[in-house]
Write a protein that binds this ligand. Structure first.
Ligand code: NAP
Length: 526
């Protein structure tokens, strides 16, 4: 039995107790085990803090060269990682690629950002402001790396990308990273880390700047201080438990939470069957339900459709969902794999039953199904499932319960932009809201009205149809995160994601001095 290792304080650690199994979700075979028993978390932080001193002496451009090497190394090992993703995540190849190419792409993107930031150690923030009647007293904001450690805890669904998006930003900022993947899918995470570590070390990353914990985090969080950053991705329930620790509060440790989200897709009233935007709506919603077997924080859970289009939308979506073949990744014709764990399956069956109290099934059974390519009764398979509620506002559970699976509910609305935005907001804060339409006035009203309730708005229109990649992709150029239930955090978004690991300071004095010490007025990359 393969035991996954942690990489701590400069060496690999293999635990011999407290081991938890990792399972192939198609066959239910135990394929590995993991535990962090025996890891000395004080030594982990000590090693990381020493690395931070060295890392901060390098420039953005030098740290970017490390990220560039890492992106290249991940691309070179793509096939091996895809195979691990099939086995441990139950991911069909395009879904595994979504995670793995997302990881290499994010590393490479931040390498390019680093080239623009150049040979600096700090960043200038916006324009300066005159504080007196002439430039004798001036203010300029700047960002400097925090003298701390980034502790990154990730969810099971993105073992490669989840690690990479946090690590790229923290390392570029000059902050060492201690990463902890979800145990259930840590096979991909461990190998991804190993590839990244080897490439980064060869490119000059100091020892201790990247550490991996496979298993629990022991007393790590209780050791964090005022300069550290705790970046969490996972369920809202776990986030609430972890953020509420005395020492995190006592030190005002920076916390970034990326939690669950009842994302919505909204069809505007101008879009009729046959329109380019209608086809895009159907294609996107079905992709968002199917991809990664619906186990995506950005997947569509609620589908808002004008009342008079509800029957057409139900028919079109059900017909497209019918094409999906559920089974073991790699088996012929299979386009959707199993859910990742037995717990996921149990939670999905229970969650779908709860939705059925306010909505009727349009497609799917609400129960486990058999998958192609494995024996009947084996594997955590659940087919794509579409429901339909008669009254959007009365269907409270649809706005409250995240069923982390290929499950979504159609909700009717009257056609007004403000009404649609109000229904979206019943989800308590989402990562992404997609809207499909071509009427600029209606879209302007909707985007303005929904902004407070969502971290990203994806506008699907005829003009964007040939390029629109689907609302589920967290591209590193755009912010990822959302208000309220979605965690209240922000990640990525170009240099904004790097700034999560830096401290902003207002520097005041004579303009010429302030400009000189902050580097204001010197173009980035100079
Ligand atoms: P989870 O059960 O909340 O676990 C998330 C992480 O927290 C795992 O690494 C888990 O480790 C760890 N954890 C749990 N208890 C802990 C403790 N006491 N101390 C330290 N770490 C602890 O979530 P999940 O099932 O992995 O992921 C699914 C959820 O994540 C969904 O709700 C989804 O919406 C959300 N998600 C959000 C985003 C986003 O960007 N907003 C992205 C992906 C997923 P173990 O596995 O070892 O228990």
């Amino acid at each position: 039995m393969r035991t996954l290792r942690s990489f701590v304080a400069g060496s690999w650690h293999t635990a011999s107790s407290g081991l938890r199994p990792l399972v192939d979700p198609s066959t239910e075979e135990v394929i590995a085990q993991a535990s962090s028993d025996g890891v000395d978390f004080a030594a982990v932080l000590e090693s990381a803090r020493r690395a931070g001193d060295e890392l901060r002496r390098s420039t953005f451009a030098e740290r970017g060269a490390v990220l560039k090497a890492v992106g290249k190394a991940l691309r070179a090992e793509r096939d091996e990682l895809l195979e691990l993703s099939r086995r441990n995540n139950g991911a069909v190849t395009p879904d595994g690629a979504f995670d793995i190419d997302g990881a290499s792409g994010t590393m490479s993107y931040y390498a390019a950002v680093a080239r623009q930031l150049g040979d600096r150690h700090t960043l200038v923030d916006g324009d300066g402001a005159q504080l007196w009647r002439d430039e004798s007293f001036w203010s300029q904001h700047q960002w400097a790396p925090r003298h701390g450690v980034a502790v990154a805890i990730n969810a099971f669904n993105f073992p490669a990308w989840g690690f990479a998006e946090k690590a790229a930003c923290a390392l570029l900022a000059g902050v060492p990273v201690v990463t902890k993947p979800a145990t259930a899918t840590a096979l991909v995470a461990e190998r991804t880390f190993e590839i990244v570590l080897e490439a980064a070390t060869a490119a000059g990353l100091p020892d201790g700047a990247l550490q991996l914990i496979c298993g629990g985090t022991g007393d790590l969080l209780d050791r964090l201080g005022p300069q550290d950053v705790f970046a969490f991705t996972g369920s809202a329930a776990t986030a609430a438990r972890l953020r509420d620790r005395d020492n995190l509060r006592a030190h005002n440790t920076r916390i970034n939470i990326e939690a669950d989200s009842l994302n919505a897709a909204v069809l505007a009233p101008d879009v009729a069957p046959g329109a380019v935007s209608w086809d895009l709506f159907v294609k996107d919603v079905v992709r968002e339900m199917r991809q990664k077997t619906g186990q995506k924080c950005t997947a569509v859970r609620r589908i808002l459709v004008p009342t008079q289009r509800l029957d057409d939308a139900a028919d079109a979506l059900a017909a497209a969902l019918d094409e999906i073949v559920v089974g073991r990744p790699g088996a012929e014709s299979v386009t959707m794999g199993p859910l990742a764990t037995a717990d996921q399956l149990a939670d999905t069956v229970e969650g779908t039953a709860a939705l059925r109290e306010v909505a009727e099934l349009v497609h799917g059974s609400g129960e486990r199904v058999d998958g192609v390519g494995v024996d009947a009764g084996t594997g955590f398979f659940f087919g794509p499932t579409l429901l339909r509620a008669a009254n959007a506002r009365a269907a409270a559970v649809v706005h409250e319960r995240e069923v982390f699976a290929p499950v979504a509910t159609l909700l009717p609305y009257g056609g007004e932009a403000v009404e649609a935005a109000e229904i979206v907001a019943l989800g308590g804060g989402t990562l992404v809201t997609s809207v499909y339409g071509d009427d600029t006035d209606w879209l302007t009203g909707f985007v303005g009205a929904v902004g407070h309730a969502t971290g990203r708005v994806y506008v699907g229109s005829e003009s964007a149809a040939k390029a629109a990649p689907g609302s589920g992709i967290a591209m590193p150029q755009s912010l990822h995160g959302g208000p309220g239930r979605a965690g209240g955090g922000e990640e990525l978004g170009g240099v904004r994601g790097v700034q999560r690991y830096m401290q902003r300071t207002a520097v005041q004095g004579h303009r010429s001095l302030v400009d000189t010490v902050t580097g204001a007025g010197v173009a980035e990359g100079d």
